[in-house]
Design a protein. Structure first.
Length: 163
């Protein structure tokens, strides 16, 4: 978790674009490692292996492992910034909102099917001014890897309309 917390710190130290389209950052392995766009940065902190053909008990164990990683990082960030609040992505799952009516950060989370609850803190101090920080674990389908991400926003990360 020390690496994940350090990655959150590094993300918090970066400026966020004031405007413009969302762009992706490529990892060394040609995959996605993060995004940035109007008012936000998003970083992949951890990715599990894919689960194609994995039997139920192994998948359940992998799900528990991902939740344990998120809980450990959440605990570390709670110690730093105080208790977090949970922000639901359920409005996307239910189809209550579309990409045009939400912040670009939420549209990008939706682009990756990252619908896990966001653990949010803020405002947190940064060299760039007050920022809101969120972490989450998601999986676009049960064969895909779990992904733990961190987000930094220059505006409050609030519950989506319809939740």
């Amino acid at each position: 978790m020390a690496e994940a917390a350090a990655a959150v710190d590094a993300l918090l130290a970066l400026p966020v674009p004031e405007s413009g389209p969302t762009a992706w950052e490529q990892s060394e392995g040609e995959g996605w490692s993060g995004s940035y766009g109007a008012g936000f940065r998003l970083k992949l902190l951890w990715e599990s292996r894919a689960y194609f053909g994995v039997p139920g008990p192994e998948w359940d164990a992998a799900q528990e492992e991902a939740e344990e990683y998120l809980a450990a990082l959440t605990s570390a960030l709670d110690e730093r910034w105080g208790p977090h609040r949970e922000v639901s992505m359920r409005a996307f799952v239910l189809g209550d909102v579309d990409d045009e009516s939400v912040l670009p950060l939420f549209a990008e989370l939706r682009a990756f099917d990252l619908y896990g609850e966001l653990m949010v803190w803020g405002p947190a101090g940064s060299p760039q001014g007050p920022r809101w920080v969120g972490v989450s674990v998601g999986q676009c389908d049960e064969d895909a890897p779990h992904m733990m991400v961190a987000a930094v926003s220059d505006v409050p990360i609030e519950e989506l309309p319809g939740d």
